[in-house]
Design a protein around this ligand. Structure first.
Ligand code: MG
Ligand code: MG
Length: 258
């Protein structure tokens, strides 16, 4: 069942999504070698609660933290802890916020200091693929058009698409229908219509597409232990346009200061 959102509901999801972007920007200020992922999580939780909102992931199906922090070969759902980031790490951070009854969901991959050229290319390609997917997310197209745009682009560059994890509807629930795969065939999948709010979130691997789950029951990592990147926007399909409800603007402002 797909819940279509009113303009008022979309405005609330936008508020939550923008707060996620601001939270990730606050986190970005603290990304440097020697800082623990637990510290970043604390920064995020404090920031969200200071804004009278609720961390969307904490307690979700038992997840213990505000952020999912996934380093290098970790794809998504990494649990913050005592691990320190080090120079050259690729750190993917996913954040959700619940405010006024509606969720926002967004993710960004960060370089700790200087990363290798291939990791830089992976990050750029993953972010670019997200926007190519968003371009397809218009009334009358299908989820397969989104996945196809992402898959075609990254595979041409020699990267691969994680199949087991997908984007999703966003609203009163963190994960709603439909599923939004990052691979697929044009013209297939669920029909996209005005009022749909979805999170598009390509998880792209430098090596092969296969992933496994770590023993902690959460962390997903690449089977070949090569790096993976992840970017995510929450978007709304509106009449004649698609609106990106989350924003990387604040994050990239911080990154450009450094
Ligand atoms: Mg997310
Ligand atoms: Mg998501």
């Amino acid at each position: 069942m797909i819940y279509l959102k009113s303009d008022e509901e979309i405005a609330l999801i936008r508020n939550s999504s923008l707060l996620v972007g601001k939270t990730l920007a606050e986190v970005a200020r603290n990304i440097r070698p020697g800082v623990t992922t637990q510290f970043l999580d604390q920064v995020a939780e404090t920031f969200i609660r200071d804004h009278k909102a609720i961390p969307g992931f904490k307690g979700y199906k038992g997840f213990p933290a505000t952020l999912c922090i996934s380093i290098n070969e970790q794809v998504v759902h990494g649990i913050p802890g005592s691990r320190e980031m080090k120079e050259g790490d690729l750190v993917s951070i996913d954040c959700g916020v619940l405010n006024d009854g509606y969720y926002g969901d967004s993710a960004y991959s960060f370089a700790v200091g200087e990363v290798s050229n291939e990791v830089k290319q992976l990050m750029n390609a993953t972010k670019e693929s997200l926007y190519l997917g968003i371009e397809q997310a218009v009334h009358g197209k299908r989820t397969g058009d989104i996945g196809n745009a992402i898959q075609t682009y990254v595979e041409r560059l020699g990267f691969s698409v994680v199949r087991e994890l997908v984007g999703h509807g966003v609203g009163k629930h963190l994960h709603e229908s439909p599923e939004v795969s990052n691979f697929g065939k044009k013209g297939q999948g669920m029909l996209l219509t005005v009022g749909m709010v979805i999170a598009i979130e390509p998880m792209i691997n430098l090596g092969k597409r296969h992933v496994i789950q770590e023993k902690d029951g959460w962390t997903i990592r690449t089977a070949d232990r090569k790096p993976s990147a992840h970017y995510e926007h929450t978007i709304a399909i509106r009449k004649n346009k698609t609106e990106i409800l989350s924003s990387f603007e604040e994050i990239e402002k911080v990154l450009n200061e450094n």
